[in-house]
Every structure is written in C-alpha cells, then in structure tokens.
Design a protein around this ligand. Structure first.
Ligand SMILES: Nc1ncnc2c1ncn2[C@@H]1O[C@H](COP(=O)(O)OP(=O)(O)OP(=O)(O)O)[C@@H](O)[C@H]1O
Length: 262
C-alpha cells in the first residue's frame, strides 16, 4: 500500500469561484514537512481547507491509499487537522480547557496520562505558565502556540498549519518549526505548513509546493523549487540564493523584476 498523501485531479473553490483546478500531487511522505508557498490569493488556504473537508472540492485525495473525499466529515476529522490563520475570537475558555476540548473532539478522553501529555506539550511550547490563562487574554503569538497545542493533541495523520508563524518572533519561529519537525518525525505524520518566509521554507522544509493562481507550478526539494527563476515568475522579485556561514542556502532579494508578473 502506498503511504503518504496523494492528490489526483483535485479541484476546490467557492460557489461561484473555482480556485484550484485539476491539481495533482504525486506524493507527500509521512515523517516529512511540506511547505506550501505562493503569493497572496494564490489559493494556499483554500487548498488546505479543502484537504480538511472545510471547502467544496472534487477529485481524489488519498491518505495511505484511502480516499478522504469518500469519507464522512466526522471520519476525516479524526485523521486530518487544520489549524486556521487565527483562532476564533470570543472563546472564554482557559488554555488547558481549550486543549481538553480539542482532545475530546478527536475522540480522546481526559485521563491522567492525557493530562501529563497536555502539560508536556505546553512545556515544549514554552507556554505551561499560561495553562490557566483565558484565551481571549493572550497575545497573538501566544494564541498561535495554543492553536498548535490543540492541533498536536488531536494526533492527526495529516496536520495542516496555515501561517502558524505569522505572529511569532524570530526565536519562536525557529523553536516552533523545530518542534513541528520533531513531532512530525516522532508521530510519523504528514505536515503541510503555509509560510510566507522563503528562508523558513529553505531551512525547515523537506518538500516544497509552489502555487500560482491556483495552479501547482513547482513540486520538489526546497533547493529545486526555490530558484531565482521561480522567484521571478511567481513573486516578481529578483532573488539570489547564497550560502550562509554554516553552508545553508538562503535567499537574498535584490529588488523587483523589471516588468513584475503581478
Ligand atoms: N469564502 C470565500 N468566498 C469566495 N472567494 C474566496 C473565499 N475565500 C477566499 N476566496 C478567494 O480565493 C482566492 C484564494 O484565496 P486564499 O485565501 O486561498 O489565498 P492564499 O494563497 O491563502 O492567500 P494569503 O497568502 O493572502 O492568505 C482569492 O482570490 C480569494 O479572494
């Protein structure tokens, strides 16, 4: 049986607006982080939400050979977790309660072992001191970390994170991507993360997908996908790939291409 995630002739969008058309992804492996890149409005959130069954979509979406599109929503929600760009506002629960609710939503029950697991996760994320704080009293970055804890505790096979770093400082961005990597490997799950920072993708991704106008225009290893040519074509910028002192590639942007594509 083929393990991992595969999409065939996948279409997604809104009642009067097709966004993703005839997209095929040959394979995203378990134990790997895939970063989904693309300009604003290119369809990244639409694609992630439709993988989670939250948007209208057609086509085939195979998780370990099983077509998620044929599963009832409740069944799909046991293996696929989508973390939106921001948590819903006005939820008057404290952090611990909100994570217990997430755990129960996936069929888990709050046992002593479960409680130890929740506290260990909060500790790893550096937010155990916030366990009894109310969600609506947290900073944007703290809310993102709680959202990540709620997602991980649900033990998905497919973890979809929509801009989980956008409110985090530089140190936390690295810390969180490191943690996501460890959890992805330890739990042997498929993780797809939307980020805008190309250097985060170069540094942390095993695999990169690049979207433009709802089309998948590149799919491969970070240094195969992130090239001066793709940066010019997709983002309309002139970029160089240089090596930092530790030999890692990083992108430097010199300016816009003369005739921007968009
Ligand atoms: N609920 C909706 N109804 C109709 N059109 C929508 C809806 N949500 C998004 N769109 C449209 O779908 C297209 C893709 O939006 P999407 O949010 O998927 O892009 P994105 O790549 O995630 O963008 P960003 O980087 O800005 O978050 C845009 O043209 C947007 O206007």
């Amino acid at each position: 049986m083929m393990t991992g995630l595969q999409a065939n002739h996948f279409n997604a969008g809104y009642p009067r607006k097709k966004i993703i058309t005839d997209l095929s992804i040959p394979g995203l492996s378990r134990g790997e982080i895939t970063v989904l890149l693309g300009p604003n409005g290119s369809g990244k959130s639409t694609l992630l939400r439709s993988f989670a069954g939250l948007n209208h979509a057609t086509g085939e979406l195979l998780l370990d050979g099983q077509d998620l599109m044929k599963q009832p929503f409740a069944q799909r929600a046991k293996s696929v977790v989508y973390l939106p760009q921001s948590l819903p506002a006005g939820v008057h629960l404290h952090v611990l309660e909100s994570i217990v609710v997430a755990q129960r939503a996936s069929g888990g029950s709050y046992t002593e072992k479960g409680e130890t697991e929740v506290m260990a996760l909060l500790q790893q994320l550096g937010i155990s001191h916030l366990a009894l704080s109310y969600l609506d009293q947290l900073s944007g970055g703290q809310k993102q970390l709680v959202g990540l804890a709620q997602s991980l505790i649900r033990q998905p096979s497919l973890l979809l994170l929509d801009e989980p770093l956008s409110a985090l400082d530089l140190n936390y961005q690295f810390h969180v991507m490191d943690l996501v990597r460890k959890e992805t490997v330890k739990r042997n799950i498929i993780t797809v993360v939307v980020v805008h920072d190309i250097n985060i993708a170069l540094h942390h991704a095993d695999h990169v997908l690049m979207l433009q106008n709802g089309n998948l225009i590149a799919d491969g290893k970070p240094d195969e996908v992130i090239t001066p040519e793709s940066l010019a074509q997709v983002y309309g910028v002139r970029g160089r790939i240089e090596r930092c002192s530790q030999g890692r590639p990083q992108v430097l942007i010199d300016g816009l291409v003369e005739r921007p594509i968009y």
